[in-house]
Design a protein around this ligand. Structure first.
Ligand SMILES: [Fe+2]
Ligand SMILES: [Fe+2]
Length: 138
């Protein structure tokens, strides 16, 4: 869950950064990125609140900076959009697996990850809408 919370916080930062940085994508896509930021923040807050209920803290365990470095190295908005869509799709699939795993033992946590997985469908779809990408291509 700590990894998932970090990924959501990273998504907040990445979409905020990309909406400022990339002038080479349609204005509408930059608006779509900005519009997504509160939803990524909601995902982060839902996970952190549930972790607190379960008695876990956000300990200072090292988390990988690899994705962040790879995202901020993108030369174009299209490259960023495709790269983050792949990462979000991986996260969405992990959330779907977690939901199945937790369904019986921890339905509250499962419901949080189900909501996140449902929201991520639209995030991943931006790469399809603007650049014709689909997860099946990978
Ligand atoms: Fe998210
Ligand atoms: Fe997302």
């Amino acid at each position: 869950m700590r990894t998932a919370a970090f990924a959501e916080r990273q998504a907040v930062a990445a979409f905020t950064w990309a909406a400022e940085k990339f002038a080479d994508v349609p204005d509408q896509l930059r608006r779509d990125w900005r519009r997504q930021v509160p939803e990524e923040q909601k995902h982060h807050d839902l996970i952190v609140a549930r972790m607190a209920e379960l008695g876990f803290g956000l300990a200072d365990r090292p988390v990988s900076r690899g994705l962040w470095e790879s995202l901020t190295a993108c030369a174009t908005g299209a490259e960023f959009c495709l790269k983050i869509a792949r990462a979000e799709e991986r996260g969405r699939r992990a959330a779907v697996q977690l939901v199945a795993f937790l369904a019986d033992d921890d339905p509250l946590t499962a419901a949080i990850f189900q909501e996140i997985a449902d929201d991520e469908v639209a995030h991943v779809a931006l790469a399809a809408t603007y650049f014709g990408w689909s997860p099946a291509q990978d």
